[in-house]
Design a protein around this ligand. Structure first.
Ligand code: HEC
Ligand code: HEC
Length: 270
């Protein structure tokens, strides 16, 4: 038999070989490109073509950013020179404006309700949060109405005024109160730096709020809001990524740690 007779479909063995190979190819392609992608419970495909593209490694289109008001992102630019050295006049103007905030944030910037304390907060933080409430990048039914009509100048004056008031100091007596690992060491394997490396007790990364003495309820609510992306005004998701990687227990521990204050301070404020 010559080579020409061998490689022809008239040869039963040849047709069978080619047919079997083609059949195996089709079956494995269907399994690999369609069946297996759909078998992954953690991914959803819109249609068969999506599954094929995913299996072939075609990059998925990122969901387009939706800029409806509740999905707006923060547009505030912070630098170490945002709000440099306030003068007394600016602080005075801020004090007058702050009268309308006192009902919730307290006459001395220390809240009696579960609103955040503003006394001694970094001016860049107050400035950024007020801009975010005004633009809708951060929303809260209670707070938003007080921010929407503020001018840039008023925001700057309020930031300087509150930053000038004395803040609640850190209070962590040892060994009476536990020092949670997540706060002190972070979680390097999960990409979490120690909280104090941004939030002020070790170092302050511009825009990271002073947390000491904030109410436990408020701290917990913010961490949960970051974890679920309900609060999404943190630049580059730096706080969302951290909160998502924290366990519910770590969130409770961190909130309790930062809320701790001497018993007499709590009484004096009440
Ligand atoms: C009716 C109560 C109320 C009033 C009045 C009010 N706030 Fe607030 N404010 C809140 C609440 C509640 C929050 C926390 C919102 C949240 O949970 O996201 C808040 C949050 C803030 C924050 C963010 C603090 C942080 O650490 O992230 C700033 C800054 C702020 N308020 C400034 C002001 C200023 C300035 C005024 C006055 C012009 C004012 N607020 C008036 C209730 C109020
Ligand atoms: C890489 C820096 C960084 C680290 C580390 C970090 N944070 Fe933050 N955190 C931020 C920034 C920045 C914001 C402010 C986001 C914004 O509104 O722009 C923030 C906001 C918060 C807030 C909201 C406070 C408020 O008043 O609005 C809480 C609560 C918080 N962080 C808790 C923590 C805890 C607990 C840890 C440690 C487990 C931690 N953070 C670690 C950068 C950091």
């Amino acid at each position: 038999m010559s080579a020409r007779d061998l490689f022809t479909f008239r040869n039963r063995h040849f047709s069978l070989g080619v047919g079997l190979t083609a059949a195996i190819l089709v079956v494995t392609a269907i399994a690999g490109f369609i069946v297996l992608p759909f078998a992954q419970p953690w991914v959803q495909f819109a249609n068969v073509w999506d599954a094929i593209c995913s299996a072939a490694g075609v990059p998925q289109r990122a969901p387009s950013v939706d800029l409806t008001p509740d999905k707006r992102l923060s547009a505030v630019v912070l630098t170490s020179r945002t709000l440099p050295r306030p003068n007394q006049e600016a602080i005075g103007r801020g004090a007058t404006l702050a009268q309308r905030c006192a009902i919730c944030h307290g006459p001395t910037g220390i809240s009696r309700a579960d609103s955040p304390n503003l006394a001694g907060q970094y001016s860049a933080v107050i400035y950024k949060e007020l801009h975010d409430f005004r633009s809708g990048a951060r929303t809260n039914a209670v707070m938003t109405p007080f921010a929407v009509n503020l001018t840039d100048q008023e925001i700057a004056d309020l930031s300087n005024y509150y930053a000038y008031l004395p803040r609640l100091p850190a209070y962590h007596p040892t060994p009476q109160l536990p020092k949670p690992n997540i706060v002190i060491y972070g979680a390097p394997m999960r990409g979490i730096a120690p909280c104090g490396s941004c939030h002020g007790s070790l170092d302050n990364k511009t825009g990271s709020p002073w947390l000491e003495g904030q109410s436990e309820t408020y701290l917990k609510a913010q961490l949960q809001a970051f974890a679920t992306s309900e609060r999404r005004n943190d630049i580059s998701q730096q706080m969302r990524n951290i909160a998502r990687a924290m366990t519910p227990q770590e969130i409770d521990e961190a909130a309790a740690y930062y809320a701790s204050q001497p018993p007499d301070v709590v009484k004096a404020v009440d």
